[in-house]
Design a protein around this ligand. Structure first.
Ligand code: KG4
Ligand code: ZN
Length: 339
């Protein structure tokens, strides 16, 4: 069974073909970073227009690379939400139209479920149950995963998402968008001992997060200097990154202890952060637990995770009626379980 996956929820157009026997046959990504960089963040209308320009050419490119004709595609999976509604509508309407024309089922995929299942595309996929750490630009959640669609929220951010905190802190330090890679780069030159940032919400029980205070702490630290030099900025970037990675690791340890599930699966753009990976690897050594990551390019938005999540749902008999829908907000607990 071959499934075409279409991702257009934010600032990346991602297309892929997943095959039940061969796995990902081809995938392509067009990033809009260059388009949004001068504004320091995603401009929704520009994002939608660019998805309109790129989605169909990328679908053609991926089908050519995979050497797959329209007749061989047995389902079209598209990100239906959550995300920017104009951007979602592009993938949703193209995906549904193709499914209608090719007379195959269309599958509405939840973007975060796509992220959550992305590490299952790797050679050594995690078994259920596991604890998922979803850390993206819009979400920071710890989820107990018993199976596809069987999700129990254990904790989440009460304010900014981890990626959002990276983006806002980078902007304030005068670094480029997106903030995660920019902070990582700046932190390489930083001295981790010069500033010590708090580890928010780690001194009280529970699995919720709060990252907006770290952003404020960064601003206040920067404002102690009249004209901060590059080294000071690098030191702040380094202290900020350490604090985020450490806070997340503390909460992951707590989630593992609380549930007794010694399998941690990382998902979402911040999962590409090398320092966070180092901290989580150390944690898994300490707890003798397992940690799974998607390859770097499948941490951030991509079509492969959408094609794969769509495949799992179609295999379980799920697909959509003709009425199409894009959902800016869509709680993951509303998803139905796959047996
Ligand atoms: O999962 P994603 O591509 O999109 C959403 O669904 O939000 O995540 C994007 C977020 C951005 O906030 C970006 O700054 C962050 O992931 N990010 C990183 C890294 N690469 C991307 N954060 C920290 N370190 C990175 N290497
Ligand atoms: Zn995402």
């Amino acid at each position: 069974m071959k499934i075409l996956g279409i991702e257009t929820s934010c600032d990346e157009t991602g297309i892929a073909i997943y095959d039940a026997e061969q796995g990902i046959m081809a995938h392509a990504l067009h990033s809009q970073i260059a388009l949004h960089v001068e504004y320091g963040g995603v401009v929704p209308e520009l994002a939608s227009r660019d998805h309109i320009r790129k989605t169909i050419p990328l679908i053609k490119q991926v089908m050519k690379e995979a050497n797959v004709s329209a007749r061989e595609i047995q389902g079209v999976a598209y990100t239906s939400g959550p995300g920017l509604v104009g951007a979602l509508l592009v993938g949703t309407s193209i995906g549904r139209s193709l499914a209608l024309a090719w007379q195959v089922p269309a599958i509405a995929v939840h973007h975060m479920e796509g992220h959550l299942l992305a590490s299952m595309l790797e050679d050594k996929p995690p078994q259920f149950p596991f604890i998922a750490l979803l850390v993206s630009g819009g979400h920071t959640q710890l989820i107990k995963v018993e199976g596809v669609g069987r999700y129990e929220l254990l904790g989440e951010t009460l304010d900014d998402a981890a990626g959002e905190a990276f983006d806002k802190t980078a902007k304030m330090l005068g670094l480029s968008y997106p903030g995660g890679p920019a902070i990582t780069e700046a932190a390489k030159q930083g001295n981790p001992d010069r500033f010590h940032f708090p580890r928010p919400m780690t001194n009280r029980p529970g699995l919720d997060f709060s990252f907006s205070g770290l952003k404020t702490f960064s601003v206040n630290t920067l404002h102690q200097f009249n004209s901060p030099d590059e080294q000071t900025k690098a030191d702040i970037a380094c202290a900020f990154q350490e604090a985020v990675a450490d806070t997340i690791a503390i909460k992951c340890q707590r989630a593992i202890k609380q549930t007794g599930i010694k399998r941690l699966v990382i998902a979402g753009g911040v999962g590409a952060n090398k320092r966070l990976r180092e901290r989580l690897n150390l944690l898994s050594e300490k707890l003798q637990s397992e940690v799974y990551y998607p390859r770097f390019e499948f941490c951030t938005d991509n079509g492969a995770m959408i094609a794969y999540a769509g495949y799992l749902r179609l295999k379980a008999g799920q697909h959509e009626s003709l009425a199409f829908n894009a959902r800016a907000r869509w709680p993951m607990e509303e998803l139905c379980p796959v047996q």
